[in-house]
Design a protein around this ligand. Structure first.
Ligand code: NAP
Ligand code: G4F
Length: 340
């Protein structure tokens, strides 16, 4: 039975990854931060599993910045695989908190790599770094593993540094250390302040009579949006490869924020012109105008392919948010049809 450690287990990806690994028979250890309120709501599916007879998910208090407690944990649980998903992951917020973002997203990754370099003398371990399409920034075209990085935010710059540190630990120390360069991926568990979820949740609140308007920033930005459930499968596959390497994970198709907004409004019969206002607060000092990935290396070498596409993703997220606000998704024929 394999053992995995996930940092960032309470986040969107951490929760899907924990479910996936448990389904594959792993014992999963997750690093969680102490908070003044419950922060494990995304993991409730796992805790509520009535068939669970032994603890397959074990949570440990810690912080990616605290390498002493991380080292103690790693030496105690002796993981076969470590997935580093912890980050201050909001690009807009990284302009307000650049140093903190760099500490968590870059120095945190470096501290963990140092812990694993020491530990790997005792036992082989595989390391996954959550790298991001934001690293490409201003680079245009269909982005692959060989495209240059031109980061445009404190978050992206921290991720570039962590990316190269991961490559360096692989080359300098022979550590099995790999980067997944993941393009945007969403789900009903996506943080409420990222644009896809902000829109689906905002529309649900309007339909439930809880809000009257939705305030958004740049509607022209384009992203390559996939489903988080598909993308955690790619993370796992990256660590099962014969040798450590770096992979772009994307759908290969991009759409604008305006496209997402229109699609979601169409699915529930709302007119975006009547409900959306543009608010300068949501613009970034430097924007990444367009990101579209070329996942052919992952398709060829990992046998991975995105399953859930744009329209289905929007329908899934809308239905979930409507349900949360007590609105039956079946009331909307176009949405019901997409849900199948
Ligand atoms: P998320 O929902 O924001 O989750 C981030 C996780 O990191 C949370 O569990 C958070 O804990 C944890 N965390 C933050 N600071 C920490 C610290 N100092 N010590 C320990 N844990 C800390 O992000 P996500 O969407 O799941 O993304 C997972 C990773 O992939 C992130 O590194 C992100 O930058 C990267 N990524 C995401 C995407 C995407 O489109 N989702 C694309 C490319 C790369 P709390 O719950 O306590 O806040
Ligand atoms: O949903 P977003 O905040 O995601 P962004 O900035 O692309 O970052 C996400 O994906 C990255 C992968 O490329 C991850 F590394 C990162 O951790 C995160 O998960 O914004 C998407 C686009 C941006 O161009 C933004 O300017 O939507 C635009 N946007 C327009 N109105 C908005 C809003 N973004 C947010 N968050 N809120 C708005 O009201």
């Amino acid at each position: 039975m394999k053992t995995a450690l996930i940092t960032g287990v309470t986040g969107q990806d951490g929760s899907y990854l924990a479910e996936l690994l448990i389904g594959k028979g792993y014992v999963v250890h997750g690093l969680i931060r102490r908070a003044s309120t419950f922060n494990t709501h995304r993991l409730s599916n796992i805790f509520q599993d009535p068939h669970s007879d032994s603890p397959r998910l074990v949570l440990h208090y810690g912080d990616i910045l605290d390498s002493d407690s991380t080292a103690t944990l790693v030496h105690r649980i002796e993981p076969d695989e470590v997935y580093n998903l912890a980050a201050q992951s909001h690009v807009r917020v990284s302009f307000d908190m650049p140093v903190y973002t760099a500490e968590v997203a870059y120095v945190g990754a470096l501290r963990l790599l140092e812990v694993l370099r020491n530990f790997s003398g005792r036992r082989p371990v595989r390391f996954y770094q959550a790298s991001s399409s934001e690293m490409y920034g201003d680079t245009r075209g269909r982005l692959s593993e060989t495209s240059p990085f031109r980061p445009r935010s404190p978050y992206a710059i921290a991720k570039v540094a962590a990316y190269w540190q991961t490559v360096n630990y692989r080359e300098a120390y022979g550590l099995f250390a790999a980067n997944g360069i993941l393009f945007n991926h969403e789900s009903p568990r996506r943080g409420e302040t990222f644009v896809t979820r902000k829109i689906t949740r905002g529309l649900a609140m309007i339909l439930a009579g809880r809000e009257r308007a939705l305030y958004l920033g740049n509607l022209e930005a384009r992203r390559d949006w996939g489903f988080a459930g598909d993308y955690v499968d790619a993370m796992w596959r990256i660590l099962q490869a014969d040798r450590p390497d770096d992979f772009v994970i994307a759908t290969g198709a991009s759409h604008s924020v305006r496209d997402w907004l229109r699609l979601c409004c169409d699915l529930v019969g709302l007119d975006p012109e009547r409900i959306v206002s543009i608010d300068r607060r949501y613009f970034r000092p430097t924007e990444v105008d367009a990101l579209e990935g070329d996942p052919s290396k992952a398709e060829r070498l990992l046998g991975w392919k995105a399953q859930v596409r744009f329209e289905r993703l929007a329908a899934m997220m809308l239905a979930s948010d409507l349900g949360d606000f007590g609105v039956d998704p079946q009331r909307y024929p176009e949405l019901a049809e997409r849900l199948g």
